[in-house]
Design a protein around this ligand. Structure first.
Ligand code: URA
Ligand code: SF4
Length: 214
């Protein structure tokens, strides 16, 4: 059997606490992404949060620091959370894929983000499933299509589905809301459409906030 395609199951402790999950994650060889990355980036935030935000995968800076959303996309997320009246301390922040996937530029120096494939999303899913099972939030916010694919287990079209809560077959106690990824907003910075994209992102987060409070 190809060990690189086994998925994370074998490394995810059962009946564990969040602390135990976090402690076990650095050993994961559930797909090949651990090989190129600096370290696993697990999660941050409150274990009793009513809102879980799921990103795609750590970026360059997250890979170096070991914390999710500490780079440029994280700053957009911080601004949007503040604008939506959601204290960052009130959310649990994680990613669909826990290791940074990248290619190198032609000089072999700069690391260029590469989207995780469905194999990586599926391989890493046991970690996210275990996190959601422990935190049991009222709302899971999927930041982008990768998070949507992982949480809902199917292809997600952001444009068609964003900004409303929906049920997820695999999640008994949580609603799911799909929205854009903050890096998609970031790409528009300094260009026409940035304000609209940011405001729409904030509006989606407010829907999640209200659902979490109800
Ligand atoms: N983008 C993500 O999806 N997650 C991070 O942690 C950082 C950037
Ligand atoms: Fe394990 Fe996920 Fe890292 Fe792959 S990306 S090695 S499944 S933690």
């Amino acid at each position: 059997m190809d060990e690189e395609r086994l998925g994370a199951h074998a490394w995810v402790p059962t009946d564990a606490t969040l602390t135990a999950l976090r402690a076990a994650a650095p050993d994961c060889h559930g797909c090949e992404l651990w090989k190129g990355a600096t370290q696993v980036v697990f999660s941050s935030g409150s274990a009793t949060a009513r809102i879980v935000l799921v990103g795609e995968q750590p970026g360059d800076q997250e890979d170096r620091e070991g914390e999710p959303f500490v780079g440029p996309a994280g700053r957009v997320l911080d601004e949007a959370l503040a604008a939506a009246g959601i204290p960052r301390g009130d959310v649990y922040l994680t990613n669909a894929v826990k290791h940074f996937r990248f290619t190198r530029d032609s000089h072999g120096k700069r690391r260029i983000h590469e989207k995780p494939g469905v194999v990586h999303i599926e391989a890493c899913h046991p970690w996210l499933a275990a996190e959601l099972d422990l935190v049991k939030p009222k709302v899971v916010v999927c930041l982008g299509a990768t998070a949507g694919r992982s949480v809902l287990g199917r292809t997600v079209r952001i444009g068609a589905e964003r900004g409303r809560t929906q049920d997820a077959p695999a999640l008994a106690s949580s609603g799911v809301l799909v929205t854009t990824h903050p890096s998609a907003v970031l790409r528009l910075r300094g260009k026409p459409g940035y304000d609209e994209a940011f405001d729409r992102f904030v509006a989606d987060l407010i829907v999640a906030r209200d659902a979490a409070e109800s």
